[in-house]
Design a protein around this ligand. Structure first.
Ligand SMILES: [Zn+2]
Length: 198
């Protein structure tokens, strides 16, 4: 199993390459940068991407729940409405790097979604879809672009554990939650969430 250091390195590499790709593809400014946090806490299973207000400045922000990558994985399960999509659907893989790359693409897509809505409302995607929240057309369009970039690099390896087995192994219940709203994160600095989606 990978060390925490290896997991964080893989996360940072994926964020860097996807940020650069997103900048070019969606016409984001040169100084576009995502403030990234991560946690290995057992109780945190949901990653998020969006915008946060840090010391009065709204910045692109993502937080990754990395606990699961310390255990065997079964891949990335996507939301039911596009789980079977050939491009942005779920990925069954026992390769943690592939899973993490898909997760990063998902959250970076949310960051771009909020960034366009908040800072670039004249952008063609916002003109087309509106300031959609959640996992609707705007998110899926952005995510599709990122997944088309990421998918060819994925390693599909044998899945040796079921989701339920993993859940018992870690003593946690894996489930998705989805919400939009304002939330203050506790611990350390206080970030005002401008908007994010898991
Ligand atoms: Zn999401």
């Amino acid at each position: 199993m990978p060390t925490q250091q290896e997991i964080v390195k893989q996360m940072n590499d994926a964020i860097w390459v996807l940020t650069e790709y997103a900048k070019k593809t969606f016409g984001l400014p040169d100084d576009f940068k995502i403030t990234v946090k991560h946690t290995f806490a057992v109780g945190v299973q949901v990653s998020r991407g969006g915008l946060h207000r840090v010391n009065g400045v709204v910045v692109p922000y993502a937080k990754f729940a990395l606990n699961r990558f310390q255990y065997p994985v079964t891949g990335m399960e996507e939301y039911a409405r596009f789980a079977n999509d050939p491009v942005i659907g779920s990925v069954k893989t026992g390769c943690w790097k592939s899973y993490l790359r898909v997760l990063v693409a998902h959250e970076v897509a949310h960051v771009v979604q909020w960034y366009l809505a908040y800072f670039m409302s004249h952008h063609e995607l916002i003109r087309w879809f509106g300031r959609e929240r959640g996992h609707g057309g705007l998110f899926q369009d952005i995510y599709r672009t990122l997944r088309l970039f990421v998918n060819p690099t994925l390693q599909i390896t044998e899945v040796t554990h079921t989701r339920d087995e993993l859940s018992k192994m870690r003593g946690i219940v894996i489930e998705h939650s989805e919400f939009v709203g304002k939330k203050y994160m506790t611990g350390g600095r206080v970030y005002e969430c401008v908007g994010y989606i898991s």
